[in-house]
Ligand binder design. Structure first.
Ligand code: NAD
Ligand code: DAU
Length: 377
């Protein structure tokens, strides 16, 4: 029997992690601790909300006393921490909220875990504080042309895998942090606090840094769900700058599987990078999305290319992200299960089949779900 708090479980990635743990570990108690900001949506967990090993607690991670009480009341022995403000564009408009939640919220969880665990007879034995971070803390990579070859070119990871890349440098775990946006600066700061709590107090921590996730239940402010929705409704597709920026995409369920593996088998105090060896220029992904949505809606493929609208670039827009996840592959045997083409097909189909979910989110109705489900219990 283990009791685990998953923070941010009503969000995009968190909901996939909660679902995986609730279904895979019936003898664990999974507590979803979430403040339900605009990004939290309990409808993401409709299929598991009545399971006996699942509990939802509406709480702000910054509420140190609340978290400490919950940990004591429930004898919590693990925390998987995903709660965060996660959207770069919002962080440019409102950095304070990002510092508050991502930095102070993480610190509040660490302090609560320390206070509760260190007072137990067994102290930190069998305990785990797993912090989910991002590849954006490493900054931006260049598009390089080794031996004059125009990117993308085929390259070989140290694991032996061949893949297409836009440069010959990758984010490895030992790289210096160089965050550029208020979002990634706040995430970087929270990563430092997590490591400091291991080094100073001996809390059994793990940090992972993952690349861009895509898949069902992602809030439609992020590139892929926003553009699928806009293509469906024939609304303009706002492409930042020239659409040349490169991101490394991973299907969200593959990230959740990695989190499960690392939570159980990862080495304390280690960092693991998680990524798909799957680099795409934004404009190329956007064309794939247009073709795929058009095909599924019975429109001629490419009919909606004229929706592409180049707009002012994002301030401080990182040029290229590319994760080297060799360490995770080599040490724990994880690798992505889905090819990108397959993942995008599944994702487009999910959003088109679940238009009610998108409509609820875009209308704001999803925020009534908590009131209906939980408040009157
Ligand atoms: P999301 O924005 O979809 O969800 C965040 C969740 O956290 C929401 O349910 C929200 O209600 C909750 N939350 C926010 N502030 C809170 C607070 N103060 N107290 C309690 N709950 C709060 O985010 P996501 O995209 O699922 O990202 C989850 C985590 O993974 C984040 O830490 C993010 O930095 C990291 N990450 C995301 C990606 C990605 O591509 N989305 C990639 C790598 C890492
Ligand atoms: O790399 C991991 C990160 O990926 C996570 O840590 C973040 O939480 C997550 O939001 C994501 O950050 P990005 O900024 O890369 O994701 P976003 O979907 O916002 O944008 C992807 C790319 O598309 C980026 O280069 C900006 C561009 N873009 C985005 C939007 C929303 C556009 O051109 N137009 C848009 O309207």
């Amino acid at each position: 029997m283990r009791t685990i708090i998953i923070t941010g479980g009503a969000g995009f990635i968190g909901s996939h992690v909660v679902r995986l743990f609730v279904n895979k570990y019936p003898d664990y108690k999974i507590i979803n601790l979430d403040k339900l900001t605009y990004a939290g949506n309990l409808a993401n967990l409709k299929d598991i909300e009545h399971k006996p090993n699942y509990k939802f607690v509406k709480m702000d991670i910054c509420d140190f006393r609340g978290v400490l009480k919950l940990m004591k009341d429930e004898s919590v022995d693990g925390i998987i921490h995903l709660a965060a403000e996660s959207h770069v564009d919002r962080s440019i408009k409102d950095p304070f909220t990002f510092a508050q939640t991502n930095v102070m919220g993480t610190l509040s969880l660490l302090q609560a875990a320390k206070a509760y665990w260190e007072a137990l007879p067994e102290k930190y034995e069998g305990k785990r504080f797993y912090h989910i971070s991002t590849d954006e803390v490493y900054g931006a990579l260049q598009m390089t042309h080794p031996e004059g070859i125009e990117p993308p070119f085929t390259t070989k990871a140290s694991s032996g895998t061949h893949h297409l890349a836009y440069g010959d440098k990758f984010f490895t775990e030992d790289l210096k942090y160089q965050p550029h946006s208020p979002y990634s600066a706040a995430k970087a700061s929270s990563d430092h606090f997590v490591r400091a709590f291991h080094d100073t107090f001996g809390i059994p921590t793990i940090v992972t840094n993952c690349s861009n996730n895509y898949g069902p239940y992602q809030f439609p402010e992020k590139l892929i769900p926003l553009f699928i929705n806009n293509i469906r409704h024939r609304k303009p597709l706002p492409v930042y700058g020239k659409g040349e920026n490169v991101r490394d995409w991973l299907y969200v369920e593959d990230h959740a599987r990695a989190i499960d593996l690392i939570f159980h088998k990862g080495t304390v105090a280690e960092t693991y990078n998680i990524g798909g060896f799957n680099e795409w220029k934004n404009i190329d992904i956007i064309k794939v999305l247009i073709n795929t949505v058009d095909r599924h809606l019975g429109r001629p493929e490419g009919a909606d290319m004229d929706l592409i609208t180049y707009v002012t670039d994002r301030a401080g827009h990182d040029l290229r992200y590319a994760i080297d996840s060799t360490k995770l592959q080599r040490e724990l045997g994880w690798e992505p299960s889905l090819q990108f083409e397959e993942g995008i097909e599944k994702t487009v189909c999910w959003y088109l089949d679940n238009q009610y979910w998108l409509d609820n989110v875009t209308s704001g109705d999803y925020q009534k779900y908590y009131d209906n489900m939980y408040k009157n219990r």
